[in-house]
Ligand binder design. Structure first.
Ligand code: ADP
Length: 323
């Protein structure tokens, strides 16, 4: 490979900038020409390429979001859109793409590679941690800490007023943020999509907490929880426990923002570097990941089909420690 292009796509995540910096600087180090593409796949279609050198990524390691901007591109889901994207790559002589994003981004990259043969390599950037082939995704650690800090603050007010708080955290169909932020903040219950929950179990937990003399409680709910919306759960609890002073807090997009944590900056640097090196070694249609501190390359098809398992041991520990 001689000329590569890099973009950020799908849901943004803290550390995407650090990954971009690593890609651009590694490319420069190995004398590859590097282009940044704005707004994900839309930039490929709209021919929005900018030549990037080491100075174009100065000062961004500390910044949340993505300086290239991200987008969800409907056009790229069409054959015509991908054809236009390919023509633009060909015109500029791009021979490989570094795709920083989540599973949707990788699905797009996989199809693009199969249709046009252009080399692609994925870098997992999403707060949800739902990508197979890496222990953690870029952005997850920062989001987790943001959720933890927010829930700590909610705990202060919950304790002052003897309230029960239902707190919703992000994660789409995955419960990683909920499980770990719930354990870290001492939630009495953690509801995640990977586990079958029932309202009866939740009620039993409240009864146990009451018996143990707990005056306030926090229940952390993953956004993908299947038992019902957080408002439905709060309503059902009020019906079962009319004396409870119940509040709902949906943490929302604050979890996506902020300066990336040290762990995310290090991970992003390793994976951005690994993506460029992987391309130079002739790899394509794979994702760079970090497993047990080793850089590993997983076929993109596998990364989007499989899922990381949550650790049921953590749920058990949180149950024992919370009450
Ligand atoms: P994420 O990468 O965070 O999972 P999305 O699911 O929005 O975010 O995917 C990002 C972009 O990837 C989409 O907006 C679309 O342009 C592209 N994409 C996703 N799925 C496909 C697909 N099946 N075919 C082509 N492109 C896709």
């Amino acid at each position: 490979v001689k000329k590569i292009a890099v973009f950020t796509s799908g849901g943004d995540a803290p550390g995407m900038n650090a990954a971009l910096r690593a890609v651009v600087r590694t490319a420069n180090h190995y004398n590859l020409e590097c282009y940044g593409v704005r707004e994900g796949y839309n930039g490929l279609i709209n021919n929005d390429f900018t030549r990037m050198g080491p100075r174009s990524v100065k000062n961004i390691i500390t910044e949340g979001g993505t300086i290239l901007k991200s987008a969800r591109s409907l056009e790229f889901k069409t054959k015509e859109g991908r054809q236009a994207a390919y023509e633009n790559c060909k015109k500029l002589g791009i021979d490989a793409l570094v795709c920083i994003g989540g599973d949707g981004t990788f699905r797009g990259a996989n199809i693009f590679n199969e249709e046009f043969g252009i080399k692609v390599i994925g870098v997992p950037g999403t707060i949800d941690n739902d990508i197979f082939g890496t222990d953690n995704t870029i952005g997850y650690d920062t989001a987790l800490n943001t959720a933890m800090e927010a829930i700590d603050k909610i705990r202060d007010t919950a304790t002052s007023h003897n309230r029960v708080f239902f707190v919703e955290v992000m994660g789409r169909d995955a419960g990683f943020i909920a499980l770990n932020s719930g354990l870290a903040t001492g939630a009495i219950d953690i509801l995640i999509p990977e586990q079958k929950d029932s309202i009866e179990d939740l009620f039993r937990t409240f009864e146990r907490a009451e018996k143990a003399g707990k005056a306030s409680s926090i229940v952390v709910v993953a956004e993908g929880e299947k038992l019902g919306s957080i408002y439905d759960l709060a309503k059902a609890t009020k019906a079962g426990f009319p004396d409870y002073d119940i509040r709902v807090a949906v943490l929302g997009h604050i979890q996506r923002g902020g300066s990336p944590s040290c762990a995310d900056r290090v991970l992003a640097s390793q994976l951005g570097y690994a993506a460029v090196v992987g391309l130079m070694e002739g790899r394509t249609n794979v994702m760079a990941g970090l497993k047990s501190n080793q850089i590993v390359y997983t076929p993109i098809e596998e990364a989007i089909k499989k899922h990381n398992e949550i650790d049921p041991g953590l749920l058990k520990i949180s149950e024992i420690l919370a009450i």
